[in-house]
Design a protein around this ligand. Sequence first.
Ligand code: NCD
Ligand code: ZN
Length: 343
Amino acid sequence: MDTLTIRRPDDWHLHLRDGAMLELVAPATARCFGRAIVMPNLVPPVTTVAAARAYRDRIRAAVGDQPFEPLMTAYLTDTIDPEEIARGFEEGVLRACKLYPAGATTNSDRGVSDVARIHPVLERMAAMGMPLLVHGEVVDAEVDIFDREKVFLERVLAPTLERFPDLKVVLEHITTADSVAFVEAGGDRLAATVTAHHLRIDRNDILVGGIKPHMYCLPVAKRRRHKEALRAAVATGSPKFFLGTDSAPHARPAKESACGCAGIYSAPVALESYAQTFDELGCLDRLEGFASLHGPAFYGLEPNAETITLERAPHRVPERIDPEGQDLTPFHAGEELTWRVVA
Ligand code: NCD
Ligand code: ZN
């Protein structure tokens, strides 16, 4: 098989930033994705309907004529007003809410300190059918960073799901065999996104032969066996797993630093990277479900009507993007990728 035509995919977890960075990175997603769930961790975070609407307008302006629809999310805080969330959902501006445990990742300081504080919001969301998107890591200093996702499942996610049996939940950017098993066991209202990079890197890629800041993201990549579990999960074709790149650009100096930022910028190569992974797994026929069908089904949306075509055409990924401006190092920098989006 040398060409592959699939329904236009969507990205169910994306960071677009703002200002000049938004101008640069939004087209990289819109080139092949029809819609994206846009993360609200701006500074200050997106916590109101008005802020989400204004951010949506800026994103639409940044993508220009490309047929791309940003799907907006609200950033949950300890004091967020359930009425504001409900109004945003009813007005079709807010599609989901994002739970960042306070301090878990980039721009999460205003996140939730204790899930009990947002129980009223979660109750409202469950009643409306509004999905909760979860950064699933505890922040407890006692817990090793490689165990933070697994501990979150036990301490936070399981009790929350039990308390709110109707709440739709997406466990974002899963990195462990534990999360795969948890999601598989969790019933239809629970799903997970899987990034392109967590399907390809493990912790050796970050730490062997020198520290590789461009491979550092949160949740951090784990042991190889966890990566293998993620690959096996997407290869099953289960509708509980779908595409979410977590493409998270940071300028090179902020990555290559004594205290480097977490985030991998994958948007320019994401679909090609997933295609390579599915090809290696011998299940390219399952890419369409993962990239274009399972996400819309979970969110209660129609798949995109248009299609896109990938071709087997090896090409080299640039080392740097916009070196004089935003200065980004993309995922797969300098490597050869097999698949290319042609139409
Ligand atoms: C994200 C970012 O930079 O905003 N970073 C990351 O490593 N994935 C935040 C997040 O999704 O955790
Ligand atoms: Zn993210």
